[in-house]
Design a protein around this ligand. Structure first.
Ligand code: GDP
Length: 364
C-alpha cells in the first residue's frame, strides 16, 4: 500500500530475495491495489479468501506480507486462511536471527524479536476470546497473555542488561583502538553490495601477518551481520584498521535499527568511509539514498567518503546511471576481479586525514 520503491515489481522482487535468504521458495505473488488498509485483514476479505483458495490449489504453506501487520491482522488472517502468516518485519528478523554469529549480534536480534512480539500478544487475546466465544475461555486467555507479557518483559530486561555490559567492553576496546593511532576505515552500504568481498580483498595482502580471518561471504542478503575489524596496509606503508558494518536494507524494522545502533556507532569513530554500491543493481539509486539517510541519522556525513561502485565486471562503468547528489569522490571497481583496486588504494591514501600522514612521516 505504501512503498519506497517506485515500482511494486522491484519491491516484490526484493521480498522474494528475502524469502530465499530465509530458506523459502516463492510459488506465487499477489498484489492488491487499495486505498485503505483493512483493519481486520490488512487486505480485503475477498482477497484473503482468494489467497486461501490459491494455497489449497498450489500447496502453499506460508504467506508473506510485504508490510508490517498488527497482531490482530496476523491472527485474523491465520484463522481465515489456515496457513502460517508472516509479515516483512518478522521475515527480516528471522533472517537476522539465523545470521547472527557474535554474542552481541544474537542478543540484539533476540531483543528486536521480543519487542516485535510484545504488542502482538494483544492480537492473540482477540483471537482466543472470539474462538471460545464464552466467558470461561476469556479468563485463561487473558491470564496466559499476562504471563507471556511478564515473561517477555523480564527477558527484555535481562537482555538489555547483558547488552549494556558488552557495550561497556566495546568502549574499552574502542579506546584501545583509538590509542593505537591507526586510521580507521569503515565500509558502509546496502546489503549484498560487496562489502565483505572488498574487505577480504583489501586485507588479503596482509593475511601473512596472521591476524586476519576470512570474512564470511555469501550470495545472500544479510551475510554481514556482525562488525569485524581487520588490519591492512597501503602501498605507501601506512597501516590502517578496517571495519565492516551491518548491510543496510530499505524498510528495516525500527526495532532492528534501534538494536544495531550500537554496532553502527563504530562508523562514528571512523576516519574515512567507503560507501560500497552494487553498480549492477537496477535499484542502485534507492540503495544509495537508503544508505545516505542512515549515515545522515548517524551524523557522519561530514567525514571523508569515497563512493565505491562495485561489480563493474557485470556492467562496465559507462552503463551506470546514478543520481548526481553523491558526496565525495567516486571510483568504479570489481572487488571480485581486482579491477581498479590500486586506484582505490591510492584514493584511500589521499583520503586518510592529515594527522596520520604526519605520524607516518615521523616514524619511518
Ligand atoms: P555484503 O553483503 O555487502 O558484504 O556483500 P558480499 O561481499 O557478501 O557480496 C555479495 C555477493 O556479491 C557475493 O556473491 C559476492 O561474490 C558478489 N560480489 C562481490 N563483489 C563482486 C564483484 O566485483 N563482481 C561480481 N560479479 N560479484 C561480486
Amino acid at each position: 500500500l505504501e512503498n519506497d520503491f517506485t515500482d511494486i515489481d522491484n519491491s516484490l522482487e526484493e521480498l522474494e530475495e528475502l524469502v530465499i535468504a530465509a530458506g523459502g521458495l516463492v510459488i506465487s505473488k499477489i498484489v492488491q491495489k487499495k486505498e485503505n488498509i483493512n483493519p481486520t485483514y490488512f487486505i480485503g476479505k475477498g482477497k484473503a479468501e482468494e489467497i486461501k483458495l490459491a494455497c489449497e490449489e498450489l500447496d502453499i504453506t506460508t504467506i508473506v506480507f510485504n508490510d508490517e501487520l498488527s497482531g490482530a491482522q496476523l491472527r485474523n488472517l491465520e484463522k481465515l486462511i489456515d496457513k502460517k502468516i508472516i509479515d516483512r518485519t518478522n521475515l527480516i528478523l528471522d533472517i537476522f536471527a539465523n545470521r547472527a554469529t557474535s554474542k552481541e549480534g544474537k542478543l540484539q536480534v533476540k531483543l528486536a524479536q521480543l519487542k516485535y512480539r510484545l504488542p502482538r500478544l494483544v492480537g492473540f487475546r482477540d483471537y482466543l476470546s472470539r474462538e471460545g466465544g464464552g466467558i470461561g475461555t476469556r479468563g485463561p486467555g487473558e491470564q496466559k497473555l499476562e504471563i507471556d507479557r511478564r515473561h517477555i518483559l523480564r527477558e527484555i530486561n535481562n537482555i538489555e542488561r547483558q547488552l549494556k555490559e558488552i557495550e561497556e567492553n566495546r568502549n574499552i576496546k574502542r579506546q584501545k583502538r583509538l590509542n593505537s593511532n591507526l586510521p580507521i576505515i569503515a565500509l558502509v552500504g546496502y546489503t549484498n553490495s560487496g562489502k565483505s568481498t572488498l574487505l577480504n580483498t583489501i586485507v588479503k595482502s596482509d593475511s601473512e601477518k596472521g591476524d586476519n580471518r576470512e570474512v564470511f561471504v555469501k550470495d545472500m542478503l544479510f551475510a554481514t551481520l556482525d562488525t569485524s575489524l581487520r588490519r591492512g596496509s597501503l602501498p605507501n606503508g601506512q597501516n590502517f584498521l578496517i571495519t565492516d558494518t551491518v548491510g543496510f536494507v530499505s524498510k528495516l524494522p525500527t526495532h532492528l535499527i534501534e538494536a544495531f545502533k550500537g554496532t553502527l556507532e563504530e562508523v562514528k569513530y571512523a576516519d574515512l568511509l567507503l560507501h560500497v554500491v552494487d553498480a549492477s543493481n537496477k535499484d542502485l539509486d534507492i540503495q544509495i539514498e537508503t544508505t545516505l539517510d542512515i549515515l545522515k541519522d548517524l551524523e557522519v556525513l561530514d567525514k571523508p567518503i569515497i563512493t565505491v561502485f562495485n561489480k563493474i565486471d557485470k556492467v562496465g562503468n559507462s552503463n551506470i546511471f546514478y543520481s548526481n547528489n553523491l558526496i565525495g569522490d567516486k571510483v568504479f571497481i570489481s572487488a571480485k576481479e581486482g579491477t581498479n583496486l590500486s586506484k582505490l588504494m591510492k584514493m584511500i591514501e589521499e583520503g586518510i586525514p592529515y594527522e596520520y600522514k604526519y605520524v607516518l612521516l615521523k616514524i619511518p
